[in-house]
Design a protein around this ligand. Structure first.
Ligand code: 6CS
Length: 312
């Protein structure tokens, strides 16, 4: 059998490296073939999700940045300053989180999806045409965000004009000045050449980029127990690999960008400069609870407990 697996990035980007590890492990341990579809081969993130829900694809890697429009609770990953940016505690959180490993799978299952894992892709930075050290600097700036209502709320709370767009429109939107900034992890800023169309990089510390691998639930339920186990093992192998792979990735990408564009400015906000962004995050958390009610409250409480346990 051929299993079709789509993701939102190129083969040599984080989701692509993860996918290749998964494919290798499955093909080494079964007779199945895994056919990989990188970004752009089957459409945007929303398209590959639809194709997976309808069973045309068996696997999809989609970030909560897009899934949040379908599963409101998945927007919890956009409460600013909830997750640590990078590091051991963050990795431990992804490994051991009850919210991720037990609660989210039930919510995804309601949408025909078997949630296989969530993993981090790196600290999120803003890249903008104008320097940003305070919310006032974002005033009247159109900042592109993924199509996720809570991320829109975050950037509104940060003082910007949030502009939700699918990924394929971002480079052109910056080039034509329809938007004046965007956020993403550093490896992606480098690989997609965001630095060509923005001039300032700001480490605001407000998030890590979380992503998720899912299977079509009916497809997964129909697999033999052995095949299900191979899939789960392949996910574990790829998960370990991708955490290791990301060691130093942000720093290396930053060096590459500085070489390619010496005029780029890189600003790490001080505690003081962060404070107004952090203050805005309380409103975003309240908005998350308004959107998701009791179910969101349970997820948020569990996330906080999981994060506390991971940082012990
Ligand atoms: O910003 C985005 O839309 C994209 N960012 C990353 C890091 N991966 C895929 C996603 O589509």
């Amino acid at each position: 059998e051929t299993w079709r697996y789509a993701f939102e990035e190129a083969l040599d980007e984080v989701q692509g490296v993860f996918a290749q590890q998964f494919k290798e492990h499955v093909e080494a341990n079964t007779d199945h073939e895994v056919q990989l579809f990188p970004f752009g081969t089957l459409g945007e993130s929303d398209d590959i999700m639809e194709q997976t829900q309808s069973g045309i694809l068996q696997f999809v890697n989609q970030s909560p940045g897009f899934t949040g429009a379908l599963i409101p609770e998945a927007q919890v990953f956009f409460v600013p300053y909830l997750l640590p940016q990078e590091g051991e505690a963050l990795n431990k959180f992804f490994r051991e989180s009850v919210a991720i490993n037990e609660m989210f799978p039930e919510l995804y299952a309601q949408h025909g999806l078997e949630l296989l894992t969530m993993y981090p892709e790196g600290e999120v930075v803003m890249t903008t045409k104008n320097p940003v050290t305070s919310p006032a600097d974002l005033n009247e700036q159109n900042i592109r965000v993924m199509t996720n209502p809570l991320l829109v709320e975050s950037y509104r709370a940060f003082g910007a004009v949030p502009t939700p767009l699918p990924w394929g429109e971002v480079y052109g939107g910056l080039q034509t000045n329809m938007i004046q900034g965007q956020e993403n992890p550093m490896f992606f800023v480098e690989s997609t050449k965001m630095y060509e169309v923005t001039d300032h990089i700001t480490f605001t510390g407000h998030n890590n980029f979380t992503t998720a691998l899912m299977a079509n639930a009916d497809f997964f339920a129909g697999l033999s127990e052995e095949d299900q186990q191979v899939v789960r093992d392949a996910v574990d192998v790829a998960f370990d690999y991708i955490l290791e792979y990301q060691n130093g990735l942000t720093e290396r990408a930053l060096e590459t960008i500085k070489e390619a564009k010496p005029s780029i400015t890189v600003t790490v906000l001080t505690e003081e400069q962060r404070a107004p962004f952090m203050a805005a995050s309380a409103d975003v958390e309240a908005e998350f609870l308004r959107m998701t009610g009791d179910s969101g409250q349970r997820i948020l409480d569990q996330m906080k407990a999981d994060l506390a346990a991971a940082s012990e």
